[in-house]
Design a protein around this ligand. Structure first.
Ligand code: FMN
Length: 334
């Protein structure tokens, strides 16, 4: 039971990374539709789950179409983490459960959560061991290279493996780095040689072509920011044309509305801005898109933009066509 879902995954695994405030059910469905092999939920508080918090429970909901899905939790109390893990297994039945040992956000780290636990490897190990004994579903961990040093991951990953973790995703930065500098994949490759469980690499993948370059000896990759406004990154295709992007945007918006009503559309505004990156006059479009209140408005704004793009393409073609015409004779040549 524990390994079944992992064995059936497409390999190498190209997964949507967990992103708080972003990888909700609507966005996960969109990424799945564009070819993501695996999706992660946003990080969810173990305290919220153990105390019956509605918000935490809502974050755990997903549609069958999103499978295979991993739900991620954070916390630092082994007992509460164990309770939350059991609730997730029993009530929501995802394919896997992931523990967040990688979040660098100040409010998370200052209370000893997320990546702060890389500085307390004994406690991190205790949490994993406790959860591993409680649940039957697949158990993974997402972490960084270390709290301060890039080499901390070697010992940390071994600890995780021996405590019962079945896969580990590693973001190629330390906690100290936050999101600064470039992700370093070399320690991730080295970790994959040191342990037997699958290792997924993560950090700075910007296009589909880079996936193959980065994979090397890894079981797969996680893509986070590279999928914002570009869920097509999971697909082999080049970024599609505006007409196709528009179709995906409207589908995303209707899923967001279905999932969270008006709030879904308000949250959709940031996605709209990401989707239109690179489109002519994106700045003006953005000003209108951050105010949308319903799907009709999105459609109308995109239709106008599409017509203008088309018009500009046609006038570009006309200019090129004109430049190919024989030049009219000048006064001097006559
Ligand atoms: C807005 C945002 C929210 C994130 N939330 C989470 C989270 O909830 N859990 C987690 O493990 N990582 C989280 N991350 C980290 C990403 O999963 C990923 O490790 C990081 O963005 C590096 O990958 P990328 O360069 O492909 O974006 C978040 C990142 C961003 C940008």
């Amino acid at each position: 039971m524990k390994n079944n879902f992992w064995q059936q995954l497409n390999k190498p695994i190209i997964a949507l990374a967990p992103m708080a405030g972003i990888t909700d059910s609507a966005f996960r469905q969109i990424c799945k539709g564009e070819g993501a092999d695996l999706v992660y939920s946003e990080m969810i508080s173990s305290y919220g789950l153990a105390h019956g918090g509605k918000k935490s429970f809502n974050l755990c909901c997903f549609k069958e179409i999103e499978r295979p899905i991993i739900i991620q939790i954070f916390g630092r109390d082994p007992k509460i983490m164990g309770e939350a893990a059991l609730i997730i297994e029993k009530k929501f039945k995802p394919d896997g459960l992931d523990i967040n040992f990688g979040c660098p956000a100040r409010r998370v780290v200052s209370s000893g959560h997320g990546a702060a636990l890389m500085d307390e490897p004994e406690l991190a190990e205790k949490i994993v061991r406790h959860i591993s004994k409680k649940i039957k579903i697949f158990l993974s961990v997402k972490t960084r290279l270390g709290a301060k040093k890039k080499t901390e991951i070697f010992d940390f990953a071994k600890r995780m493996e021996s405590a019962g973790v079945q896969a580990i995703a590693i973001h190629g930065r330390t906690l100290k780095q936050g999101f600064k500098g470039e992700a370093d994949w070399q320690p991730i490759y080295k970790t994959a040689k040191l342990i037997k469980i699958p290792v997924l690499g993560n950090g700075d993948i910007k296009n589909h072509g880079e996936i193959k370059e980065k994979l090397k000896n890894l079981a797969g990759v996680l893509i986070g920011r590279g999928a914002l406004g570009n869920p097509f990154i999971f697909n082999q295709k080049e970024k599609p044309d505006f007409k196709e992007i528009k179709k995906v945007i409207l589908k995303h918006a209707s899923l967001a509305e279905e999932e969270k009503k008006e709030r879904g559309l308000i949250e959709m505004r940031k996605h709209l801005c990401w989707y239109i990156r690179g489109i002519p006059k994106a700045k003006q479009l953005r000003q209108r898109l951050v105010q949308i209140k319903n799907i009709e408005e999105i459609k109308e704004i995109l239709d106008t933009a599409y017509a203008r793009c088309h018009c500009e393409e046609r006038s570009d073609e006309a200019i090129q066509e004109m430049s190919r015409l024989p030049r009219p004779p000048t006064a001097a040549s006559q």
